[in-house]
Ligand binder design. Structure first.
Ligand code: NAI
Length: 399
């Protein structure tokens, strides 16, 4: 029986996927466990599912020889010691795309609201004013949306915006296939100077720190709008504050901030608080019921494909091998140190036992090699024991 232990209230969509695959030995916990209780809870588990609050470190992996794979039912994987997992032959999976659509929809909604100055009008009505005017209110149709970072989210935003009648331009540091009628700009400046709304979808890190600074903001059209639902460090907040105060920009929406509150009861510190036509949201761009459900399904499917077929496509710390049907063959999953002759020694050992390999897939990543061998007939325990005893072997399983 493949025991699965899930922490942190993972969406039931994951259980449906496991059940459909015949994996019914599932233990669920509503929250994360303190580290001293974690290893006891994971004893005998083949698969573990966590979100961001469960920390899996090297010592924990060392004490869990039965653990075969980790599913992070979220985007980030910082909570797991990925190298330690890899060196124990344990792939770690996550859900990088499950909330793409949620972010894209929010950006389109904010685009329309800001073009109509709704945040400000909403606030005025709540405070007893009835400013019935068309001043400063525009349709999205025919306006230019500039997308900085045309990856998973950026390209989805482009599709939705075109459906609303917008003209879409984008800038990316990599060559990207334009979807729909979107057009690539040759530089960030070229995008900024023609866009009515600029939306940012780049990764965080040093390469994008203050990508939108005072100079970039000055390059934007007068009266234009900035939306950032990517990473807080991408925008120089003081420079944005000035651009809004001087009315060079007519509005902004920010879902992410350079320093974000650590919890519910901590307030955001930002000069943008209280500004007119500025939407501030608590990093919820990707947080919807649908994205949670998608995450449950996406990660559970990756875990099932791994335990039942050895597929590691999408693993964040492991040589990636896509799913392939084993047919009638017996499948051997072998993780080894990435050394010359490793594959040869493995194949010779199987040949010595008269096993005929009908298909073999090898992939390496850094210090680790991973090979899936499909062999005719049955494979005895003695063969698996010998493969495990091979000095290059990190881990070996038969499915
Ligand atoms: P992705 O990796 O698919 O796309 C990022 C794109 O940015 C890539 O095409 C890359 O080539 C491009 N890029 C990198 N540096 C650039 C630069 N200096 N100028 C122009 N383009 C550049 O990432 P994805 O999934 O689309 O996510 C985008 C951002 O959204 C990430 O920062 C991610 O952390 C954030 N995010 C925010 C969420 C929220 O709740 N607000 C939820 C999900 C993701």
């Amino acid at each position: 029986m493949t025991r699965i232990v899930l922490f942190e209230n993972i969406h039931p969509s994951a259980l449906d996927v496991f059940a459909a695959a015949g994996l019914t030995d599932v233990v669920t916990y509503k929250s994360a466990l303190p580290s001293d209780e974690l290893s006891a809870a994971l004893k005998g588990a083949a698969l573990v599912g966590i979100r961001s609050r469960t920390h899996l470190d090297a010592a924990l992996f060392a004490g869990l020889p039965d653990l075969r794979a980790v599913g992070c039912f979220c985007i980030g994987t910082n909570q797991v010691d990925l190298d330690a997992a890899m060196m124990r032959g344990v792939p770690v999976f996550n859900a990088p795309f499950s909330n793409t659509r949620s972010v894209a929809e929010l950006v389109l909604g904010e685009t329309i609201l800001l073009l109509r100055r709704i945040p400000e009008k909403n606030d005025r009505v709540h405070h007893g004013h009835w400013d019935k005017t068309a001043d400063g209110a525009f349709e999205a149709r025919g306006k230019t949306l500039g997308i900085v970072g045309y990856g998973n989210i950026g390209s989805q935003v482009g599709i939705l915006a075109e459906a609303a009648g917008m003209r879409v331009v984008f800038h990316d540091i990599e060559a990207k296939l334009p979807l729909g009628n979107a057009r690539a700009c040759t530089s960030l400046a070229q995008l900024l100077e023609q866009s009515d709304v600029v939306t940012l979808h780049v990764p965080g890190g040093s390469g994008t720190r203050n990508l939108i600074d005072a100079k970039a903001l000055a390059t934007m059209k007068r009266g234009s709008i900035l939306i950032n639902a990517s990473r807080g460090t991408v925008v120089d907040i003081d420079a944005l504050h000035q651009a809004l105060q001087s009315e060079h920009l007519s509005g902004a929406a920010l879902d992410v901030f350079p320093i974000e509150p650590k919890g519910r009861d901590e307030a955001l510190q930002s000069p943008l608080i209280g500004m007119r036509n500025v939407i501030l949201t608590p990093h919820i761009g990707g947080s919807t019921q649908e994205s949670q459900e998608n995450i449950g399904r996406e990660v559970a499917e990756k875990l099932v494909r791994f335990v039942q077929g050895g597929a590691t496509k999408g693993a964040v710390n492991f040589p990636e091998i896509p799913y392939q049907d084993a047919g009638n063959a017996t499948r051997i999953l072998h993780v080894h140190r990435n050394e010359p002759g490793a594959l040869g020694s493995l194949s010779s050992l199987m040949a010595a036992h008269g096993l005929n390999i009908v298909r073999q897939q090898l992939q390496t990543l850094g210090q680790v090699g991973y090979v899936i061998s499909d062999v005719e007939g049955t494979v005895s325990d003695a063969v698996i024991t010998e493969l495990r005893a091979n000095p290059v072997t990190i881990r070996c399983d038969r499915i």
